[in-house]
Design a protein around this ligand. Structure first.
Ligand code: ZN
Length: 249
């Protein structure tokens, strides 16, 4: 009888120990699960990131043939037989008719701030660009330079015909009426300050920033604006990149 009770007590003890082990194991499993949850919480941004990545991956690549994104520089000539419909402004200057409404809005808002922007160059035909280039060569010839030197010098200041953005009908040189000289001091005028900070809202970019000359091939021109459309202009402005970098991104 006593033996049976002892045996019973042993069984009870074993059962208690087993129960305790079970509780400990359950506790460990719960703790591990909690760690897992913590990781999930931590990994929330990761899952967002992967969503972003997948969104990015699904973004269509930039269509470089879009009319507003055509790249013209010394390495990329104007497409052959490029034809553009332009709209003339009151002052005789012209711009691609598709960029005209945004230009008007930009100039109106700039004037609304009490400023006086003045367009001094806009759309150029191949003939016009050739004329500007030849005039510059002749100027250097008159200083006594050789033909070769004069052509080289002219090429540093005037784009070789076929390589000027002005031939696209999407570029404008805009100055402040109070300072109409095309030099670096133009950046200090109120018109340039406003344009540099606001033109992207209308689809225009400062095309030749001072720190991008090696990529654009053109030295700093704080008066030359190029229409690229609002989406590209915003990205270029916010990322502080130039058109070449945007098209390569
Ligand atoms: Zn220009």
């Amino acid at each position: 009888m006593i033996q049976a009770i002892l045996k019973n007590a042993n069984i009870k003890r074993i059962l208690w120990v087993a129960a305790a082990i079970l509780i400990i194991i359950c506790g460990m499993i719960a703790a591990l699960k909690n760690i897992g949850n913590g990781d999930d919480t931590e990994s929330l941004p990761k899952s967002q990131l992967s969503t972003e990545q997948s969104t990015e991956a699904t973004l269509p690549p930039i269509d470089k043939t879009q009319w507003n994104l055509i790249l013209v520089n010394k390495w990329n000539k104007l497409p052959d037989h490029y034809d553009v419909k332009v709209t003339y402004l009151d002052n005789g200057h012209a711009i691609d008719e598709r960029a005209y409404p945004d230009l008007m809005n930009m100039l109106n808002d700039c004037r609304g701030e009490g400023l006086e922007p003045l367009i001094c160059s806009s759309y150029r035909t191949m003939e016009k660009q050739q004329e500007l280039f030849s005039n510059k060569i002749n100027e250097y010839l008159s200083y006594g330079y050789s033909q070769e030197q004069a052509e080289q010098k002219a090429g540093e200041l005037v784009a070789i015909p076929g390589t000027s953005e002005h031939q696209l009908g999407l570029a404008l040189d805009i100055v402040d009426i109070s300072y109409q000289i095309l030099d670096e001091k133009q950046e200090n005028t109120d018109v340039q300050k406003w344009l540099m900070n606001n033109s992207y809202k209308y689809g225009f970019i400062l095309r030749y920033p001072t720190d991008k000359s090696s990529i654009t091939g053109i030295s700093y021109e704080p008066w030359h604006y190029r229409y690229v459309g609002k989406e590209a202009a915003k990205k270029i402005y916010e990322s502080q990149i130039c058109l070449e970098e945007y098209l390569d991104s």
